[in-house]
Design a protein around this ligand. Sequence first.
Ligand SMILES: [Fe+2]
Ligand SMILES: [Fe+2]
Length: 294
Amino acid sequence: MTAMQPIKDTPEIKPRKMDFPFSDVTEKFFYANNSIISTYMAALSGTFPPGEKGFIDSIRLYRDQVSDPELLEQIKGFIGQEGQHSYQHKQVNIALDELGLFATRIEKDLEKKITEDKGRLDSRDFLASTVGMEHITAVMAEYLLNNPHILEPLTPSVRELLLWHAVEEIEHKSVAFEVYQSCVGQRRRLHIVMGIQTLLFVWQVSLYQLSLLRWAKKVPSIKDVVGAAKFFLGKGGLARNIVGPYLDYFRKDFHPWDNDNRHLIDDWKRARGYSVETDLETIEKNSQYSTGAI
Ligand SMILES: [Fe+2]
Ligand SMILES: [Fe+2]
């Protein structure tokens, strides 16, 4: 992507309190009975509660150094949104546990690792790792919102969970970056931390996936392998399509809003019958799930 001026009027960051009925998740391998894709999604879901708590903690360490009232308001929205994501993923992780995919074991393991890292890491690296992970989640969110058909095999509650999470990741995608730029501001550190953490993230999620398969005593079938290869590497597949946007991060003048994808937020609201300008009260009235402000 060529360098451009990031947009000025970024979306409002307002937490939506959701309540998904995960009772519709009744299959252990909940994604088209494919054990590889299901454990990949469950492993990610297991990492979200401790991971997002870590994002919040890293930003809280710098909040007192921020004086811009607009950014302070965005930090408040960011903390509220990530707190809600964490809570909802905890709920789906409990539902998965009951089916024999032990996502909460991953939560506990990662929570321990992050607590240890927090004690060891320089706070600038801790914040830089949040900026990097926020870029990765924003890139994955954009992919999901542009390719909602890949979520079709999921039950409605999980599909809605992922789409809602994706929309809010886009809404708050620049917050950690802005905090870093105003309080630390070293690009080189961002790039180095991102390189290291990408490798660690892929490695850790793969290990968690293997653990989930082992705990479920499942050896993937040939059909699972073929389905997963298509899901990740096929034309329109996840891995193939996120590499380019991921690499934008390493441009020396990168800003998350160089990529103006606000329309994805508006499309999500429209698809649910919300007017783009509607307030939270109207959303609550119209939603199939109960929602409300924090
Ligand atoms: Fe999140
Ligand atoms: Fe986020």
